[in-house]
Design a protein around this ligand. Structure first.
Ligand SMILES: Cc1cc2nc3c(=O)[nH]c(=O)nc-3n(C[C@H](O)[C@H](O)[C@H](O)COP(=O)(O)OP(=O)(O)OC[C@H]3O[C@@H](n4cnc5c(N)ncnc54)[C@H](O)[C@@H]3O)c2cc1C
Length: 427
């Protein structure tokens, strides 16, 4: 199945050279692309080192390595069980493809990230999240994961089993996630309005109230004096619904579609102006089929305990002048606490502080250090897939970090699924 001559077999293809954003050049020399489960198991068992790639939307070397393995050649095979409210799909499926299948069955996920383009397994592996004070990150919807482990065997962990909470947010370090089972619920509608001009006099002291005022709320800002623009996603039937002219904490709704990044075309964004529509076409900010966000960018994000939210916001406003030249836009979101060992929301309701930077690697690394100094007093946890100062110290605020190390030794004693990024963190 594999080759030592430098040529590729039918189940191999040219390795990807870089991540989605183009800020990271991968070191992959080979790219395995199995077409069946059997082929996947054989390839995994034969490789001394490999790293799974999803949709390559991470900005860190978490996804780098020598041998890449992708699930893109495997069938999606979405299976819906309406009785147990579960959907099972390939780890390589995107949320966009999964949402289309769910909509055909009249079902929905509880939440989505800002974009539907990312792979389900890649998002789960890093604790990717959307916004909603009452909503967990996307990994909290996982009911079971089926891995192909280093010896090529299948291993399923299901919610309630001892290893489950450790294995869900796994940083790609435990095996290849072949199948993902997620909780689903009956389909629902969402209405989205965008409210520019919410002043800091309201947004900072009443941050938790603002983030909790609807099913999903995001606050976009450049940390300057203009305050924030609130993107408000109301769930029809759960939140009081509002039309295009209604207020959000005193800020009127925009009457034309908006893009979170100033100057970008709102055609790439999901429907606004308060028109109710499918959950899948309102919860993300960006539409499938269009470039999400800006494209030419780097992202960072730090998660702080919700009670530190207002103070963390004040600290970031204080460094606005230092980071402004590199910053396109920031987004403040809320995520509910969970019990997943390496989830950035483990044990704490969270305020997430996101940064979309211009694509200047050295400049952004310096700006990230400014942000990290500003947030240091507030116990920040970085997003595993976004740029930050990578060091084992970031695990200090994860009570189960050593338990995860022990789990990894049991599941992958030869460290087949390691790379420089995981070695620096875990070894
Ligand atoms: C434009 C843009 C918008 C974004 N918006 C958000 C957002 O709203 N919220 C948020 O939290 N994050 C966001 N992100 C970050 C993104 O969600 C994460 O980086 C996520 O991990 C990307 O998934 P991926 O499949 O592209 O990951 P990749 O970079 O391909 O992989 C990430 C990790 O998952 C592992 N992995 C992938 N597939 C598998 C598998 N099948 N089995 C085992 N391991 C696997 C990889 O080995 C790697 O460790 C955004 C990124 C971009 C570029």
């Amino acid at each position: 199945m594999t080759t030592t001559s430098g040529t590729t077999t039918a189940a191999e293809t040219t390795p990807p050279t870089h991540n989605w954003a183009g800020n990271l050049r991968y070191g992959f020399a080979r790219h395995l692309r199995p077409r069946t489960l059997g082929e996947l198991q054989e390839q995994v068992a034969a490789e001394p080192r490999l790293r799974v790639i999803g949709s390559r939307h991470s900005f860190t070397a978490i996804t780098d390595g020598e041998v890449a393995l992708s699930l893109a050649g495997l069938p999606d095979d979405v299976e819906v069980d309406a009785d147990t409210r579960t959907v099972t799909c390939s780890g390589g499926a995107t949320f966009g493809a999964l949402a289309a299948s769910l909509e055909a069955h009249g079902l929905a996920l509880a939440n989505l990230a800002s974009l539907p383009h990312i792979s389900v397994a890649g998002a789960v592996a890093t604790g990717t999240h959307g916004s909603g004070a009452g909503l967990g990150n996307l990994a909290t919807a996982v009911r079971a994961l089926t891995f192909v482990t280093a010896d090529g065997a299948l291993r399923t962990v299901t919610r309630g089993e001892p290893d489950f909470a450790g294995a869900v947010v796994h940083l790609g370090a435990l095996g290849v996630v072949h199948r993902v089972a997620l909780d689903v619920e009956p389909a629902y509608e969402v209405a989205q309005t965008v409210h520019p001009g919410l002043g800091w006099d309201v947004a900072e002291p009443r941050l938790r109230e603002a983030l909790g005022a609807a099913y999903s709320v995001s606050l976009f800002t450049d940390w300057g004096p203009a305050g924030v623009t609130a993107w408000v996603k109301r769930r029809v039937g759960a939140d009081p619904l509002a039309g295009t002219t209604s207020d959000f904490l005193g800020a009127r709704a925009a009457t034309t579609p908006q893009h979170p990044v100033p100057g970008e075309d709102p055609v790439a964004c999901t429907a606004q102006l308060g028109a109710p529509g499918s959950w899948a076409e309102r919860l993300p900010h960006f539409r499938m089929g269009f470039t999400p966000s800006s494209g030419e960018e780097i992202q960072s994000e730090w998660h702080v305990p919700a009670e530190h939210g207002p103070a963390a916001v004040a600290a970031l406003r204080a460094v606005h002048d230092e980071i402004a030249p590199l910053l396109m836009i920031s987004e403040i979101r809320a995520v509910a606490a969970d019990d997943l060992w390496l989830s950035p929301m483990q044990g704490r309701d969270t305020v997430s502080l996101h940064f979309t930077w211009v694509r200047d690697q050295a400049g952004v690394e310096a700006a990230a250090r400014v942000v990290e100094r500003a947030l240091a007093a507030y116990d920040p946890r970085p997003h595993w897939g976004k740029l930050y100062s990578h060091s084992p110290a970031v695990l200090a605020s994860y009570p189960q970090a050593d338990a995860f190390r022990e789990l990894r030794e049991r599941w992958d004693p030869e460290h087949v699924f390691t790379n420089d990024w995981t070695a620096r963190l875990l070894d």
